[in-house]
Design a protein around this ligand. Sequence first.
Ligand SMILES: Cc1cc2nc3c(=O)[nH]c(=O)nc-3n(C[C@H](O)[C@H](O)[C@H](O)COP(=O)(O)OP(=O)(O)OC[C@H]3O[C@@H](n4cnc5c(N)ncnc54)[C@H](O)[C@@H]3O)c2cc1C
Length: 421
Amino acid sequence: MEKTFDIVVVGAGPAGLVATVAAAGKGAKVLLLEKMEKPARKLRITGKGRCNITNIKPEDDFLTNIFPDSRFFRPAFKNFSNTDLVKYLNSAGLNTVEERGGRVFPASQKSWDVADVLVKEAEKKATVICRAKVSGLYTDRNSVTGLCYEHDGKQKNISAHAVILATGGLSYPLTGSTGDGYEFARHAGHSIVPLRPSLTGLELNDYEPINVSLKNIELSLAVDGGVVQREFGEMEFTGYGIGGPTVLKISRNAVNAVIANKKVAVRINFKPALNRQQLINRIEREISAIPNGSVPDLLRKLLPAPLVTPFVKKIQIPANKKTASFNLSDMDRTVNGLFSFQYYVSGFRPFEEAIVTAGGVCLREINSKTMCSVLLKNLFFAGEIIDLDANTGGYNLQIAFSTGYLAGQQAAKYVNTGYER
Ligand SMILES: Cc1cc2nc3c(=O)[nH]c(=O)nc-3n(C[C@H](O)[C@H](O)[C@H](O)COP(=O)(O)OP(=O)(O)OC[C@H]3O[C@@H](n4cnc5c(N)ncnc54)[C@H](O)[C@@H]3O)c2cc1C
């Protein structure tokens, strides 16, 4: 075995970096191992390069965005909240700005600046080694004794008084998040709640690619015929199906329903601000403006052009029909189509394109007040490896920061005092 550190942190994403800083801040000698060339590869591409660091919503509102059990996250959030995070980053030299919906970004609008501040803080206080791929943990009855890793083509063993697993999930594997930690956790006796892509696009049945972005629509998710979720905002039709903000929001429920073999449909309301009579009046006005027009001419007044052909096909009105012969049944079909344009969902985009991983190390097997395993007394978890995920809006990074901070503090407390659990 090599020289001993008090704590070895595996994975230099946001969770591992903050865990390192928190543990070292309590006086522990910490080694942070990262398998990629550079720490925090994923953090550097977050928020389309701008990094939505957190969301400044009050605790109860914040927690409604966390799944599958926000109660598990509350102690970590209370210990290092969204406001604590912003204060911490500001004091470390990173200015932040709050935008619409409580979302917090670096003032520079550069995710690299967030990563650099955290890496600098970790390097100041601990030993950080990159290109160090951990390949397994050594365990002995109810504790972890060390781990093995590969660095510069050499296998190395290292002992540790505590280990923090912060290896992330499975999404965007090119950033280094390839799910290695799940195997280590399994080896230590933990159960892994099935892993699913979340915050991901949806693939549609009977869909011919359309390329268009929509604003101010209402998107509903229907499972086995009943609407289970409604979101208002933006979405886009893409080569494979649908993506964009409202689609990401419904994707967690949609993915779960597809996996459960349920009948899953999305319904788009193109005119959510109008009631039925208002929409009929609007259509009648448009018809009187083009008495000799065709149905597609009419629809071009009501929908973005790329949607007109698929819409006409779906509502089954002959494309060459003239508005002059538009009858009550045509009006009904058009109104119903504009209020509820439906596709069945055939699948979802894979981990390679998903923002986060749902599932992970089972919450029942982690102490929510310490992030310590209930099976091994000195194994801690932080970040996306845990069975926690969230909506878009900065919530996922706050999960990584809060659980990382708590795991770091508590691992240090454990090595300092061998605390009673
Ligand atoms: C495109 C994209 C945009 C996003 N934008 C946002 C956003 O704006 N706001 C937000 O809140 N969330 C966002 N997220 C989600 C957020 O990035 C993640 O939830 C967060 O990075 C998880 O942090 P983590 O530290 O747990 O894991 P990760 O960031 O995945 O870090 C894990 C680290 O562990 C390392 N590792 C893995 N296995 C080993 C091993 N065997 N040995 C050594 N090291 C290992 C990996 O290389 C990696 O560096 C985004 C995600 C993506 C993909």
